[in-house]
Design a protein around this ligand. Structure first.
Ligand SMILES: Nc1ncnc2c1ncn2[C@@H]1O[C@H](COP(=O)(O)OP(=O)(O)OP(=O)(O)O)[C@@H](O)[C@H]1O
Ligand SMILES: [Mg+2]
Length: 529
């Protein structure tokens, strides 16, 4: 779920917009609802106060006008007034309660009429809170309070009280009870409408966000897909352009970019093809004259004894340089074949130990000349792998030749290791070594650590480039480790079965005793070099 949340911009936009919409709707809704409820109650209070004042005045006038001679008559009068005040019908607007004022007692024998408390149907004297009663009696002006009456009503009521004087019966409190039922109903209706409207609004916001996000995200997804396919080499891929809005502009710009890139790539490919062709043609063209020159050189070389010393030396120089020239030309032709994709693998089961021994044999003269001792350590059992013997030998020849060349006469160790998937050959020398910055470059064509020296005596700098191509052809790895003054370690790993992918090498490129992070090896397993 978390992964989906992270991966989908659309989901995030929709969820966040909906949450935000919900928060706004709840906030605004409750603010409005509170305002409406307060407004309704305030208005009702105003009306109730005016109404109660008028009615209380009417009642007082009726009491004042009456001529009563007994308690029963006063009580009758009070009952009549109360029922005339409360209005008729089941949907009575107000209830009335008439109570003897708190604090004023019937005084027996004082000649005062005694009147019992009267309340409209459904109301009781106890519905009026004591605090309100005291306030009414004390202040003698209208008092108002919102009260939950006992009569099983859902809504609270508005109670407005004032005092009236009954003829010869003393001071009474007169309360008008207004039900807030209709206000409550209005508020609850508004609330229901708000909730319904709010839910609809939030859903709408979510839907709009979904549509908008989709409109924006879809082209972005399409662009990403197209870009991936372009990267994958499908240079003809383009985005669809619809309409003329911003997204269409994006698509158009993207397509123009892709077209520009395609054109450039094709130009470069063409150029590179021409260059390769040129190198290959030149090498081919040079072969015939070179063979002739070489033959002539050999004739001169053979006859050098009859020359004067300077001419004889020249004949020798001529031949060595012609040999170098020949090797260089062969290397160039080989590289052109790789570039043209014409190099093919002829795998054959070979014991890699035999190949190593052949190479050691082949390089023994050079090693002797350089005073280097070559030590081979290989398992007793055969290490067979399906390889192209000519190519692997060429790789190893170059590795061992380089090690002797740069090994400063110190011993060179060749290790052969194999596991069930792969065979690895490591060539370790203890010579000049390589700096970290040089490691990624050793496989570059014509690259030499010391060009000045190499140009006259050393090789062409194509050896490792060809070795890498040969290794690649086998689906293998050619790794390098080196430290200045500490020598180098080159490891060639090839799968035992031709065409199988390599996952790891049985021989680590970092020699034993050198603990360093793999990141310090810029050449790494150079599958991508
Ligand atoms: N074992 C090593 N120790 C130190 N430097 C090395 C070693 N192997 C290769 N190099 C450096 O890498 C460079 C490139 O090697 P590469 O084999 O490609 O070319 P080369 O040996 O100069 O010429 P070629 O192999 O074509 O005759 C060498 O010139 C050398 O500077
Ligand atoms: Mg070399």
């Amino acid at each position: 779920m978390l992964a989906r949340w992270r991966a989908s911009l659309q989901l995030r936009v929709v969820v966040l917009t909906t949450m935000l919409g919900l928060a706004v709707v709840v906030g605004v809704g409750s603010f409005l609802l509170d305002g409406i409820a307060d407004g309704l109650v305030a208005e009702r209070q105003e009306v109730a106060l005016a109404d109660a004042a008028r009615s209380a005045q009417t009642a007082q006038q009726q009491f004042d006008a009456a001529t009563t001679t007994s308690s029963a008559e006063v009580e009758q009068l009070a009952g009549d007034v109360v029922s005339s005040l409360e209005g008729a019908g089941p949907d009575r607007v107000r209830g009335v309660i008439l109570l003897r004022a708190v604090g004023s007692q019937d005084v027996a024998g004082s000649g005062q009429f005694v009147v019992r408390d009267i309340a409209s149907e459904g109301l009781e004297a106890s519905d009026v809170p004591m605090a309100l009663r005291e306030a009414v009696v004390d202040s003698e002006v209208q008092q108002l309070q919102i009260v939950d009456t006992s009569a099983g009503q859902a809504a609270p009521s508005l109670v407005v009280g004032s005092t009236v004087t009954l003829p010869r019966a003393g001071e009474f409190e007169l309360y008008f009870v207004y039900s807030l039922d209709s206000e409550e109903q209005t508020v609850s209706l508004v609330r229901t409408t708000f909730v319904g409207g709010g839910v609809a609004l939030v859903l709408l916001v979510g839907a709009v966000a979904w549509v908008v996000a989709r409109m924006v995200v879809e082209p972005v997804r399409e662009a990403a897909g197209t870009a991936e396919r372009l990267t994958g080499g499908h240079l003809d891929e383009r985005m669809r352009v619809r309409g003329s809005d911003d997204l269409a502009r994006l698509a158009r710009a993207f397509n123009e970019m892709a077209a520009g890139m395609q054109q450039h790539i094709e130009q470069l490919e063409e150029l590179s093809r021409l260059q390769r062709r040129f190198v290959s043609d030149v090498s081919h063209e040079l072969r015939t004259p070179l063979t002739t020159i070489r033959m002539a050189g050999e004739v001169l070389h053979d006859a050098r004894e009859g020359f004067d010393p300077a001419a004889a030396r020249s004949a020798e120089l001529l031949l060595t340089q012609l040999e170098r020239f020949d090797t260089l030309l062969q290397d160039l032709l080989e590289i052109s074949r790789f570039d043209a994709g014409a190099a093919s693998l002829e795998p054959d089961p070979q014991d890699v130990r035999d190949l190593v021994n052949r190479v050691v044999e082949f390089t023994s003269t050079l090693a002797e000349r350089r005073g280097s001792q070559v030590v081979v350590s290989a398992p007793a059992a055969a290490c067979t792998a399906e390889v192209d013997a000519r190519r692997i030998e060429r790789v190893l020849r170059n590795l061992v030749g380089n090690a002797i060349e740069h090994g400063e006469s110190r011993p060179i160790e060749i290790t052969v290791v194999c596991d069930e998937h792969a065979v690895a050959v490591g060539v370790r020398d203890h010579g000049v070594g390589l700096q970290a910055s040089q490691l990624p470059r050793v496989f570059d064509r014509f690259w030499r650590a010391d060009p000045a020296r190499a140009r006259t005596t050393g090789g062409s700098g194509l050896g490792l480039a060809i070795a890498l191509e040969d290794t690649r052809l086998h689906g293998g790895w050619l790794e390098v480790w080196g430290r200045p003054g500490q020598g180098c370690h080159f490891v060639l790993t090839v799968p035992r079965t031709a065409g199988r992918a390599l996952r790891n090498s049985p021989l680590p490129v970092v020699p034993l005793g050198w603990r360093e992070p793999v990141a310090a090896l810029p050449a790494g397993p150079n599958r991508e070099l």
